[in-house]
Write a protein that binds this ligand. Structure first.
Ligand SMILES: C[S@@+](CC[C@H](N)C(=O)[O-])C[C@H]1O[C@@H](n2cnc3c(N)ncnc32)[C@H](O)[C@@H]1O
Length: 276
């Protein structure tokens, strides 16, 4: 009984502090809601401006500002050039420069700096869009922006709008289904060559290599070694005016293709396999 009466003022104080924290949090959230800051990650598809979703086009038409990622090497943003027809002239566009480097510290510093810039705009009550090529959740710079914005403690809403990926558009452009029935698809980076495919003992029916440029020779070799991928094609600049289709992927191995190159390698369709 005595202990309870000694503790009572302390417990009351704790409860009051807790209530105050809840009230503060609610107030902050209410203020933010009123301010209206929202970050939209907008997937703009792989190249053809008609391959933007209706939702992406609507958001680009109503935000207060658009951020576009560009390399520090040049001021060009492919994602922005794709989205441009959908962005009204009155909406300001700001480039965010990302270093094309393997130095992790440099990359992380840029992600954090840009996340801070975005948060500053959200705090001013702006609705902002960050444009990303293809889909925002597939090997996308937006993934790093998203993580950094969250880690910096921003409580503004983040809405990710999926986009058509480069490999979906590539498969459609050559009329090759990626997977059917019970088949499996492996999507992997080809930046390090073909080892990711070599690691699979049971080969998936379809394997897609993005970033098939620097080490494309080794990717082509790994596909050949697997001995099962009868339908393999390479595509550079899919959906853009300089699109190039390589029906013989050995042609890719002979020359180093541009960064915007991918390979889709498919086994014969299962019904064809059964017949043969
Ligand atoms: C960082 S990843 C971006 C992937 C993108 N978020 C997506 O959903 O397709 C870059 C790689 O995607 C592929 N890529 C993106 N757009 C492409 C296009 N229009 N044509 C061919 N490959 C493309 C290339 O393999 C390139 O190296």
């Amino acid at each position: 009984m005595a202990l309870v009466s000694v503790m009572a003022p302390f417990l009351v104080r704790c409860q009051m502090t807790e209530n105050l924290n809840i009230a503060n949090k609610k107030y902050r959230e209410e203020t933010m809601k009123k301010k209206g800051g929202v970050l939209y990650g907008v997937g703009v598809g792989p190249g053809d401006p008609e391959l933007l979703t209706l939702k992406a086009a609507r958001v680009l038409n109503m935000v207060d500002m658009v951020f576009a990622a560009a390399s520090t090497k040049n001021a060009y943003s492919l994602a922005l050039s794709i989205a441009k027809p959908h962005i009204p002239d009155a909406i300001p566009v700001r480039m965010l420069y990302f270093p094309m480097t393997s130095n992790q510290d440099e990359k992380e510093a840029a992600w954090k700096e840009h996340a801070e810039t975005i948060i500053k705009h959200l705090e001013q009550g702006f609705k902002v869009a960050f444009n990303a090529l293809g889909d925002v959740m597939t090997y996308s710079t937006f993934g790093y922006i998203l993580k950094n914005v969250q880690e910096l403690g921003s409580r503004f809403p983040i809405i990710s709008i999926p986009g058509i990926t480069s490999y979906q558009a590539a498969a459609a452009s050559v009329n090759i289904p990626l997977v059917e029935g019970e088949e499996s698809l492996v999507l992997t980076s080809g930046a390090g060559g073909g080892d990711r495919l070599r690691e699979f003992v049971a080969k998936p029916e379809c394997v897609v290599f993005l970033k098939a440029y620097r080490n494309v020779e080794d990717i082509v070799l790994a596909i050949e070694e697997a001995g099962v991928y009868q339908e393999s094609i390479g595509i550079s600049n899919c959906g853009q005016k300089d699109e190039k289709i390589f029906r013989d992927i050995n042609e890719l191995g002979d020359r180093r293709p541009c960064y915007w190159t991918l390979i889709v390698a498919r086994q014969k369709k299962s019904n064809e396999r059964k017949k043969s």
